[in-house]
Design a protein around this ligand. Structure first.
Ligand code: PLP
Length: 386
């Protein structure tokens, strides 16, 4: 795939809408083809001048989407993966057994379970801390042993905010890296690398693709160093790559990233404000609300919005929350987030034993439907009805 190189002066919206403006050189198509080849022809002098050997490592269908991710996150390179979990776990597997990592107590639950289970058995020492507190992150550092500080901001499902610049400073002073799960900020509302992060991770399944029809992940690096090379090797050796069609779908989804997520964030803000004054709601958790604990830091490090995710705690405890989810008609009761359709989830049920998620909490992923319709549906579903 060739074409005009991206013009750095263009806004991220324009870069995304035109997928960097690349044109397929043979046909002049403005949409790239789907690359499905599993292998590539060797030159007659036994070389691989195309730079591609075998598709577990090299798929031309990754080039454009990885370049777009690099541009949006202002990084030095990107890799797409088969899932968000494949991307995230590569960051830890690129360390050595015996290394120490700091991770949040409240974070995407499956990754937390993997860290507490597989990664710990594999030999990593993991400390889970309150990552909304820089003091707690600093206190967990083991000088000489801590190699990675992992944060997620806003963090599932309470939307706690970590000060990225502060966490980067702590990590770097200890000789460690900072990796940020920026799935909820969607590559639009926060640019962690500009704030000092070394690696940015996305569950591309969510906002980047945006249509609930794909599982994929992505990493973007600030520097092409030895750690990044180990991550490349892990992807190639473990084979955690998306298929050619999935990479194509992801790029197509990313073309509408900005209008989708900006719409969702505006609606989320509106819902958060309206639900805050509903007596049947005990608490609304949303970084855009001025009373939210992490609001000041969020306002400093988020650009143009606070994202499309919020949670509500329903007065009346777990039975009232579950009954509310049962009564919605427009919202879909499903796990996941970041799609064009709004999802509602009783999060404690899916996380299970040991979850820090309160039992009365409903997680809301706001899509691109009318905010009026979404609000009306929730209001009629809350205990007592409209
Ligand atoms: C914040 C966050 N990180 C990582 C993941 C994992 O992504 P995937 O399901 O694509 O493996 C998820 C999935 O829900 C997520 O919400």
């Amino acid at each position: 795939m060739t074409g005009s190189p991206p013009k750095p002066a263009l806004s991220p919206q324009s870069l995304a809408a035109q997928a960097l403006g690349w044109i397929e050189p043979t046909t002049r198509a403005i949409v790239p083809p789907v690359h499905v080849a599993s292998t590539f022809l060797r030159d007659d002098d036994n070389q691989f001048r195309s730079g591609r050997v075998y598709a577990r490592a090299d798929n031309p269908g990754f080039d454009q989407v990885e370049a777009l991710l690099t541009a949006l996150e202002r990084g030095a390179g990107a890799y797409v993966f088969a899932s968000g979990m494949a991307a995230a776990t590569a960051c830890f597997l690129a360390l050595d057994p015996g290394d120490h990592v700091v991770a949040p107590k409240v974070m995407y639950w499956s990754l937390r379970n993997w860290l507490a289970g597989f990664a710990t058995r594999w030999g990593l020492a993991v400390d889970f801390v309150d990552a909304t507190s820089l003091d707690a992150i600093a206190a967990a550092i083991r000088p000489g042993r801590t190699k990675l500080v992992w944060i997620e901001t806003p963090a599932n499902p309470l939307w706690g905010i970590t000060d990225i610049a502060g966490a980067a400073d702590i990590a770097h002073r200890a000789g460690a890296r900072l990796a940020v799960d920026s799935t909820v900020a969607a590559g639009v509302f926060t640019r962690p690398i500009e704030l000092g992060a070394d690696v940015v991770m996305h569950a591309a399944t969510k906002y980047l693709n945006g249509h609930s029809d794909l599982i994929a992940g992505a990493l973007v690096t600030a520097t092409r160093d030895g750690y990044w090379e180990r991550i490349r090797m892990i992807r190639a050796q473990l084979g955690g790559i998306p298929g050619g069609f999935e990479a194509w779908l992801l790029l197509r989804g990313m073309r509408t990233l900005f209008p989708r997520v900006e719409w969702s964030a505006r609606s989320a803000m509106r819902l958060a404000a309206a639900l805050s004054s509903d007596a049947r709601v005990l608490e609304v958790l949303y970084p855009g609300l001025p009373g939210f604990a992490g609001h000041e830091v969020a306002a400093r490090q988020m650009i143009g919005g606070f994202g499309g995710m919020l949670s509500i705690r329903v007065r009346g405890g777990e039975p009232a929350a579950v009954a509310t989810a049962a009564r919605v008609e427009l919202w879909k009761r499903a796990t996941s987030l970041g799609g064009v359709e709004s999802l509602i989830e009783h999060r404690a049920s899916i996380e299970g034993a040991g979850t820090p998620c309160p039992p009365d909490l409903l997680r809301l992923s706001v899509g691109v439907e009318s905010a009026d319709d979404l609000l009306a549906d929730l209001v009629q579903a809350l205990p007592g009805g409209a």
